[in-house]
Design a protein around this ligand. Structure first.
Ligand SMILES: [Fe+2]
Length: 419
């Protein structure tokens, strides 16, 4: 392309830039532009030799062949063995002078205290934690500096067999193929033209036959400010819908695809994935086996269409549900990370998103991702457990012993603020 910088910016501003023409950068950078959907785990450049977690940096092993597809394993959720009031976990936290506090009405809790060390959790406390994560969607532990990746895996394995990611990088250490590396630095610049914020909300690897349950992410390095993560509740998305629409969604299934992630890995030059990509059909509303609560279970990252409905109807329904997750400020938790923080979330009932706003800062974390059961539709759950699945908001009002949720009075509503 020819022309001065001024002309180029003007061309872009009035939409005169032709496809594949490159605008002159306003802030030249050697960094690789990264679409978060295409991330496969790379360093894209040399990391300082003094970096203390060099053995945990991402690495893409060269493979000669892929492993066979996963098959269904019998998994019993540890939340079934929990005390209903998390008594053992609460006593464990109290004995160490720590606290457990809710972060929002619908979701989120934080466990903190100088002497709280996750690696000291016993099996009873882990069972109670499984229930707390299922109920609150996401539970944070602050400043877990002494937690090693091997201890983090041990806690994960208590919740379920650890998922091996079919396309992501693994830590350089070489014996951690059940660990996902989350990494970005000055060499990987988010491509703001490649995604919308609402599209970023996702649940991890939902194309698998048994997508993950209680998932554990620890950040080793994080900027002083920025690169937050948000979690949004699928329980609440379900609860906020009208009864006819709830029933409609309960009748539907959707296709979750792993092909896009596989294509991204291939495009990055890593031709042979750990496993070949699959597409899997899951219910649009799933029920958490332990809480018995219904959650909307779709995300724009992996779900391509709803089965058995015309494309326009599928596209509009998925777009509406995407917006529900992105817009429900009453049921979203935003975590401002500090190094050493750990987030444990239940991928069955929440979607999450990072903010990608702290370029060129370095961010480095490790995730362990236990498999959960094959997703249960409302009909599956009710047949298996012989009791009705529940609606989070109705349960809340019942506990408070008040009528609700409020019914529509059929009158004109004036929206918006008046201030
Ligand atoms: Fe994720």
């Amino acid at each position: 392309m020819t022309g001065t910088l001024t002309q180029t910016v003007a061309d872009v501003a009035i939409g005169r830039l032709k496809l594949n023409e490159k605008p002159v950068p306003t802030a030249p950078s050697e960094a690789k532009l990264v679409d978060p959907f295409n991330y496969v785990g790379e360093t894209f450049g040399k990391v300082d030799d003094s970096y203390p977690y060099a053995d945990l940096l991402p690495h893409n092993p060269t493979r000669t062949h892929s492993e066979p597809p996963l098959t269904v394993q019998e998994i019993t959720d540890r939340g079934f063995f929990a005390d209903p009031g998390h008594a053992r976990l609460r006593a464990w936290v109290k004995a160490r002078g720590g606290t457990i506090k809710d972060l929002g009405i619908c979701m989120g809790a934080v466990i903190e205290g100088e002497n709280i060390k996750m690696e000291e959790l016993g099996d009873d406390e882990k069972d109670d934690l499984a229930l707390l994560i299922a109920e609150r969607g996401v539970v944070f532990f602050r400043k877990q500096h002494s937690l090693t990746i091997d201890q983090q895996r041990e806690i994960g394995r208590h919740f379920g067999p650890l998922h091996k990611h079919p396309t992501y990088a693994v830590p350089r250490r070489g014996d951690l193929d059940d660990v996902v590396v989350v990494y970005s630095d000055k060499n990987s610049r988010p491509d703001l033209y490649a995604f919308s914020r609402a599209e970023l909300f996702h649940s991890d690897v939902t194309y698998e036959l048994q997508p993950p349950g209680a998932t554990i992410l620890r950040l080793y390095t994080t900027p002083e400010v920025g690169n937050d993560t948000l979690w949004s509740s699928g329980y609440n998305v379900y609860s906020q819908l009208s009864r006819p629409y709830q029933l409609y969604l309960e009748s539907l299934s959707a296709i979750h695809t792993g092909h896009n992630q596989a294509a991204s890995r291939s495009a990055a030059g890593h031709k042979i994935p750990l496993r070949e990509p699959i597409d899997t059909i899951h219910p649009v509303v799933r029920v958490h086996p332990v809480t018995g609560l219904k959650a909307v279970f779709v995300n724009p990252g992996f779900v391509t269409r709803i089965v058995g409905v015309p494309k326009a109807e599928s596209d509009n329904t998925l777009a509406f549900l995407k917006d529900c997750f992105a817009q429900q400020t009453d049921a979203t938790i935003r975590w401002r990370w500090e190094a050493g923080d750990v987030a444990c979330w239940d991928n069955r009932v929440v979607n999450h998103s990072a903010t990608f706003d702290a370029y060129p800062s370095q961010r480095h974390g490790l995730r362990v991702t236990p498999h959960a059961e094959v997703p249960l539709s409302v009909a599956d759950y009710e047949a298996k457990f012989g009791k009705p699945a529940k609606d989070w908001l109705k349960e809340r009002f019942a506990k408070l012993n008040i009528d609700g949720p409020a019914q529509d009075d059929g009158k004109m509503k004036n929206g918006g603020f008046r201030d």
